[in-house]
Design a protein around this ligand. Structure first.
Ligand SMILES: Nc1ncnc2c1ncn2[C@@H]1O[C@H](COP(=O)(O)OP(=O)(O)OP(=O)(O)O)[C@@H](O)[C@H]1O
Ligand SMILES: [Mg+2]
Length: 407
C-alpha cells in the first residue's frame, strides 16, 4: 500500500508544489486547507506523514500540531512544518508544538524529498518493532430498546468514546436512527456529511475510502456515521445498504458501535444481524420491562443465541423504580449491568455537547463508562496488554486491581 501524506496549506498553489515535488515517490496524497481540517483528516485517514504550513486561517499549524500530538489516535504521526517564519523563536515554537521536523519556505525540493523519506523510514522501523496486530474483524456492539428515552444514544456515544480512549484506536459509531438521530448533536459534531451522502451512491461503489470521507471525526478519535438532516433522506437507506456499510467498517475498525431505532425495522434488523453483542436497555418501570420481554421474544424468533444479548438496567429516573430482583424474575434473566441515576451531569453533557465520559469534573461517571468499555472489549485485546497503555487503560487496571484486593 502506498504511504499516505496529508498536505496542509491554505494556499492551493503551495499544496500543488509539495505534491508535484513528491509525485515521483509513489505516495498517495490528501489535502487540507487549515488546521481544523488537518486535525479532522488526521483522525479520519490516519496518514503516514503530515506536511503542514504554519500561517493558516481558522487554526494555525502550531495549534493543529499540538492537537494531533495530544490525541492518542494521531500522536505517532510525524509532522513536518513548512513556514516562512524563520527566527529561532519560530523554530522553538514549532518543536514545542510537537513537530518532528521543520523546513523553511520557499523549500528546496531535494531537501523536502529527503526529509520526508527520512521520517517515513524512521516510522516504518518503529512500526516494524511493534508487533503487527492480527487482522481480525471488528466487534460490533449494538444498543437497543423498543422504548425511547431510555438512554440508548447516551450509552452508544459514551461507550464509543471510552473504547477509543481505552485502546487508542479509532472506533466507528453508526447512528442508525435515520429519522432523527442525535449522536452528532450529543457530541457537538457539525453534521457536514451523513448517511444522506451514501443514499445516492450504489452499494458496489461504496468502499472504505468513500466511507472515510463520509465519517465525521470527533476530537476523541471516534468516527461517526451521522444520521441525515432530513427524515426523508433516511428513508432512502435500506437494509442491504446498512449491511454493506457495516461489513466494510468491520474490516477497518476494531469496534463498531450502533445506536439503533426503537422499532424492529429493516435497518434495525440489518444492525442486529451484524452485531456480535446486543445491549438491550431498560428502565425500572413496567412499560419498559414489557418492551424488553417483547424484544427478547423477537430475538428468540430470530434465533439469536441468548449469550449475544445483554441486559442493561438504566436508572433514568430517581425514585420508586421496580426492584432489580423483581425485574429479573419477570424477565427470567439476570441483569448484566446497572447504570445509576445521574440526571444532572447527563443533562449538562447533552446541553454542552460534551459526553459525560469526557467530563473531568465527574470522576465517578467517567470511571463508570471507562470500566463498562473494558467489560465490552474484545478478548484478544484484554489478553494482550498494550505496549503503550493509554491513561484510560491505566485507570481501568487500577480500578480492577483495587476491586480484586477487596475480594
Ligand atoms: N442514568 C441516567 N440517569 C439520568 N438520566 C439519564 C440516564 N440515562 C439517560 N438519561 C437521560 O435520559 C434522556 C434520554 O436519553 P437518550 O437520548 O440517550 O435516550 P434514547 O433512548 O436514545 O432516546 P431517544 O428515544 O430520543 O432516541 C436524556 O435526557 C438523558 O440525559
Ligand atoms: Mg436516541
Amino acid at each position: 500500500m502506498p504511504e499516505k501524506i496529508l498536505v496542509v496549506d491554505d494556499d492551493a498553489l503551495m499544496r500543488l508544489m509539495v505534491t508535484k515535488t513528491l509525485s515521483t515517490e509513489g505516495f498517495e496524497f490528501l489535502e487540507a486547507e487549515n488546521g481544523v481540517q488537518a486535525v479532522e483528516k488526521a483522525i479520519a485517514h490516519q496518514p503516514d506523514l503530515i506536511i503542514m504550513d504554519v500561517n493558516m486561517p481558522e487554526m494555525d499549524g502550531y495549534e493543529a500540531c499540538q492537537r494531533i500530538r495530544s490525541n492518542p489516535i494521531t500522536s505517532a504521526i510525524p509532522i513536518i512544518l513548512v513556514t516562512s517564519l524563520s527566527t529561532v523563536e519560530d523554530k522553538i515554537k514549532g518543536f514545542d508544538s510537537g513537530a518532528d521536523d521543520y523546513i523553511p519556505k520557499p523549500f528546496d525540493p531535494i531537501e523536502l524529498t529527503m526529509r520526508v523519506n527520512v521520517l517515513l523510514r524512521r516510522m516504518a522501523r518503529i512500526k516494524a518493532t511493534v508487533k503487527a496486530p492480527e487482522v481480525r474483524p471488528g466487534k460490533v456492539i449494538a444498543f437497543f430498546s423498543l422504548r425511547g428515552g431510555i438512554g440508548t444514544t447516551t450509552l452508544a456515544t459514551n461507550t464509543a468514546i471510552a473504547l477509543t480512549r481505552l485502546w487508542g484506536t479509532p472506533t466507528a459509531l453508526v447512528d442508525l436512527v435515520l429519522a432523527c438521530g442525535q449522536c452528532a448533536l450529543m457530541m457537538n459534531i457539525p453534521p457536514r456529511n451523513s448517511w444522506a451522502d451514501l443514499a445516492r451512491i450504489p452499494n458496489e461503489e461504496i468502499d472504505i475510502e468513500v466511507l472515510r470521507n463520509v465519517l465525521r471525526p470527533h476530537e476523541s478519535g471516534v468516527l461517526v456515521l451521522v444520521a441525515p438532516n432530513h427524515p426523508e433522506e433516511g428513508e432512502m437507506i435500506d437494509g442491504p445498504k446498512v449491511s454493506h456499510v457495516l461489513d466494510l467498517l468491520k474490516k477497518e475498525y476494531p469496534y463498531i458501535i450502533l445506536d439503533l431505532p426503537h422499532e424492529f425495522c429493516e435497518k434495525t434488523l440489518a444492525g442486529l444481524d451484524t452485531a456480535d453483542e446486543i445491549w438491550l436497555l431498560l428502565a425500572p418501570e413496567l412499560a419498559s420491562v414489557r418492551a424488553t420481554l417483547l424484544a427478547m421474544e423477537t430475538f428468540q424468533m430470530l434465533n439469536y443465541p441468548l449469550e449475544r444479548v445483554k441486559l442493561l438496567l438504566n436508572w433514568t429516573f430517581e425514585r420508586r423504580g421496580l426492584a432489580r430482583k423483581a425485574i429479573e424474575k419477570t424477565l427470567k434473566r439476570e441483569i448484566d449491568v446497572v447504570i445509576p441515576y445521574a440526571s444532572e451531569p447527563l443533562v449538562k453533557s447533552i446541553n454542552l455537547g460534551v459526553p459525560a465520559v469526557l467530563d473531568d469534573t465527574n470522576p465517578p461517571l467517567v470511571a463508570l463508562f471507562e470500566n463498562f468499555a473494558y467489560l465490552l472489549s474484545r478478548e484478544d485485546h484484554k489478553n494482550n496488554p498494550p505496549v503503550n497503555p493509554t491513561p484510560t487503560y491505566q485507570r481501568v487496571m487500577e480500578y480492577l486491581a483495587e476491586k480484586n484486593s477487596h475480594g
